[in-house]
Ligand binder design. Structure first.
Ligand SMILES: Nc1ncnc2c1ncn2[C@@H]1O[C@H](COP(=O)(O)OP(=O)(O)OP(=O)(O)O)[C@@H](O)[C@H]1O
Ligand SMILES: [Mg+2]
Length: 248
């Protein structure tokens, strides 16, 4: 199938409106895509292409469906992300509806008490910055890269309670959100605090498996509310600027 002739079109209206991932083969598994306004974890160990998958979803959503989107990178600088995705065939030139915001930008956007920078409530501040972007820019999709980087900025007193509140505030934004989550290597949980999985509406798991010929990347949909989907792990291939899952 020609990648640009995907039958996986967004459903425009109604309670079952979906945001296509434009990962070839995945949207038909997801009944058209990710349900609109859901919070979905994109998780995996280091180097499993989490950032690239997240970016490609909003890049293609912007190019093909005209969805205004924000890529919030708390890990890499804006330039580093843009260089990476350009190298992989997703140039940002002319894509005015996709805004990349990095931590340096967020620091400028929030009022930081420079004498006591450690007092910044990052969870609250980031929600405030996103609300602002949504009002001014009208964003429909968001990638936040990554939860681990957000946690590194935050001193939690009550992680479960504070994360519950944070997810609720993100949900209230009314933006389809992809949260990049690096999985701990010592436990089979999808986020550092072990609660991110039930706070999310969906989980897309990326993993590398070693074979005699090298290391292959697989994608599995572990959870997607309101969707009847397979749980099989499928080879994930990246070629010519597009991801594809292959059902075996
Ligand atoms: N066509 C390809 N197929 C598979 N892997 C690739 C391909 N091109 C590049 N890579 C690998 O993808 C990795 C980077 O992807 P990306 O930054 O999206 O991963 P990540 O999971 O976000 O990593 P990190 O844990 O460092 O944040 C590189 O380390 C590179 O080895
Ligand atoms: Mg990354």
């Amino acid at each position: 199938m020609n990648g640009d002739e995907s039958p996986e079109q967004p459903q425009e209206t109604g309670t079952d409106a979906r945001i296509p991932t434009h990962i070839m083969g995945l949207d038909s598994i997801l009944e058209g895509g990710v349900p609109k306004d859901y919070i979905v974890l994109i998780c995996g160990h280091a180097g499993t292409m989490k950032s690239t998958v997240g970016y490609s979803i909003i890049y293609n959503g912007c190019k093909k469906d005209g969805l205004r989107s924000i890529y919030l990178t708390l890990e890499q600088s804006k330039q580093s992300i843009l260089d990476h995705v350009e190298k992989l065939g997703m140039p940002s030139q002319g894509l005015d509806d996709l805004v990349v915001v990095d931590l340096a930008r967020v620091r400028k956007d929030i009022t930081v008490d420079k004498t006591k920078p450690q007092n910044v409530d990052w969870l609250k501040s980031i929600v405030g910055v996103l609300k602002n972007y949504k009002e001014k820019f009208g964003c429909e999709c968001l990638v936040m890269d990554s939860l681990a980087a957000l946690y590194a900025l935050t001193t939690f007193k009550n992680p479960r309670g504070e994360l519950f509140h944070f997810f609720e505030q993100i949900r209230d934004l009314g933006v389809t959100t992809f949260l990049i989550s690096e999985m701990p290597t010592d436990r089979e949980v999808y986020g550092l605090y072990g609660i991110e999985d039930f706070l999310s509406d969906g989980i897309i798991h990326l993993k590398v498996e070693q074979t005699s010929g090298g290391a292959n990347l697989y994608l599995g949909v572990v959870k997607m509310r309101k969707t009847h989907h397979t749980r099989e792990f499928m080879p994930l291939i990246y070629e010519n600027g597009r991801f594809e899952v292959v059902r075996q």
